[in-house]
Write a protein that binds this ligand. Structure first.
Ligand SMILES: *Cc1c(COP(=O)(O)O)cnc(C)c1O
Length: 486
């Protein structure tokens, strides 16, 4: 299967090339030239199969230049009970008309593990196949969840080093502790003085500096990223939507062919795009419901066809969705314009210049047929956590609560709801929802709700702190240079 760019459809890359490059030279994102075909009977033959079998089946079809034994090996190395706290990998939990697809049972208790446990295997294999024997240094700027999930995914993987930079002001105490206590010989973590934008700017400066690139190449290194524009991060996310639907069939909640909705708490648009691709592959999904917090740029886009990032950035209780530029939306627009690369390139040069764009009527119509958008305030998020706990005895994290609320409002069907984080990552918001004092501990919440604190979040404050460095955003390269003596 060959891959093209959303801003240049004449490109024809193998999947290994698309994964090692990450982003196309002209700024576009890689997409398969056409989607693999799955028949209904083929899907039906996977009813009742376990997560790993379905992962091998779906990903194998997209990565036809990988040997199937290798894909099987990667899947089993990523999704197993050493790394996940349940052999189901992704439990599907019925709560009213909602079926929560619990994507947070991995090592960092957030859904990003689903992709970041696979990506390192894809990267090492792809680099080898492309004949590239330089050592890869993964650079990550994080506002919280991505950094830790990337560290867990890449720790002690041969041929790779990973450096994560987090803003000194801007990550929660739990998130910071999770990162600075990270184990592994090939990992490095440091604070950046400032906010997330400063960390991001510092990293971008490294990526766009050609003299650094040359210096690195001479020493046998190259930089890469683990962020969600890499096709290798998107692909593993398609799997759980197929798995979730087939699980509802095998649990006799629906019959194969019944239409359901899918609700996704959305930031960078990667997770919900994966649900749309599952629909294109043949999953009987009706509406894909994009749930946002008060940074509701996507709600407005899905209701008007105008994407306008010129608005105030708000810090909310669901920080992983505090985003004004949703990178993976570009892939949806590419599909909605029937793969019109020049239209996509024009739209994205407009937004770079003016901060907004409007898509064509045809493209908008196509998007409206598949997507609904809604948003939820912080107050309603807290109320929703409370309501789900009181009515159903089900505790959600703030991101999942946003999705549950928007789904309740916009969907009249049974629905899969992507549950993206374990509630114990956000104990301050949970404390509010349960009317506990602001400094209520995880142990108190556990006692009151009779829910378990996940093992990776237990006793974090007793783990050894390994990283205490802090830098100005201008000095991130010298930080790496010194740490690894490049
Ligand atoms: C990253 C993240 C999201 C947003 O997912 P996207 O793929 O960026 O839309 C939602 N919830 C949680 C907990 C996350 O970490």
């Amino acid at each position: 299967m060959l891959y093209e760019s959303t801003r240049n459809s004449s490109i024809s890359f193998s999947s290994t090339k698309a994964i090692t490059e990450g982003i196309s030279a002209e700024g576009g994102l890689f997409m398969p030239k056409c989607f693999p075909q799955f028949s209904k009977s083929e899907f039906k033959s996977y009813i009742g199969k376990n997560y790993n079998e379905i992962a091998k089946f779906i990903m194998g079809r997209f990565l036809d230049d990988f040997e199937s034994e290798e894909i099987a090996r990667f899947v089993d190395a990523a999704y197993n009970t050493d790394r996940f706290d349940t052999s189901e990998i992704v439990p599907v939990v019925k709560v009213g008309d909602n079926f929560f697809l619990e994507l947070w049972h991995g090592p960092t208790c957030a859904f990003k593990d689903m992709a970041l446990q696979m990506l390192p295997h894809f990267m090492v294999y792809s680099a080898k196949k492309e004949g590239d024997d330089s050592e890869i240094i993964i650079l990550v700027a994080t506002s919280g969840d991505t950094g830790k999930a990337a560290l867990e995914g890449f720790a002690d993987i041969d041929g790779i080093k990973i450096a994560v930079f987090y803003p000194e002001s801007g990550v929660s105490d739990t998130q910071k502790l999770q990162m600075i206590t990270q184990e592994g010989e090939n990992v490095y973590v440091a604070a950046v003085k400032g906010n997330f934008d400063d960390a991001q700017t510092g990293i971008k400066k490294i990526f766009t500096d050609n003299s650094l690139k040359e210096q690195l190449a001479k020493s046998g290194y190259k930089f890469s990223t683990a962020n969600s524009i890499n096709w290798g991060r998107l692909l593993p996310q398609i799997v759980y939507y197929v798995y979730g639907y087939l699980k509802l069939v095998s649990d006799n909640e629906i019959e194969y062919g019944d239409k359901i909705d899918v609700v996704v708490p959305t930031g960078n648009f990667g997770n919900i795009l994966a649900a749309y691709i599952a629909k294109i592959l043949g999953m009987p999904f009706d509406k894909l419901i994009c749930a946002s917090n008060e940074n509701n740029v996507l709600t407005d886009f899905l209701n008007t066809g105008v994407y306008n990032k010129k608005r105030d950035f708000k810090q909310t209780y669901s920080p992983s969705m505090d985003i004004l530029i949703s990178s993976n939306l570009e892939r949806l627009i590419y599909l909605a314009t029937d793969r019109d690369d020049s239209e996509v390139a024009t739209l994205y040069s407009e937004i770079a210049k003016n901060g907004s764009f409007e898509i064509s009527e045809n493209a908008f119509k196509k998007i409206k047929e598949n997507f609904l958008g809604g948003f939820c305030s912080d107050d309603t998020t807290v109320e929703t956590i409370k309501r789900y706990f009181e009515e159903y005895n089900y505790l959600t994290d703030p991101h999942t609560a946003v999705a549950a609320e928007v789904g309740d409002r916009l969907s009249d069907k049974k629905r899969l709801v992507a549950a993206t984080a374990n509630p114990y990552k956000f104990t301050d918001v949970i404390a509010k929802a349960l009317s506990l004092s602001d400094d209520a501990t995880a142990e108190e919440i556990s006692e009151i709700t009779k829910t378990k604190i996940p093992a990776p979040l237990r006793n974090l404050d007793k783990k050894q702190v390994r990283f205490t460095d802090s830098f100005d955003k201008e000095n991130l390269f010298s930080a790496i240079e010194e740490h690894w003596e490049i």
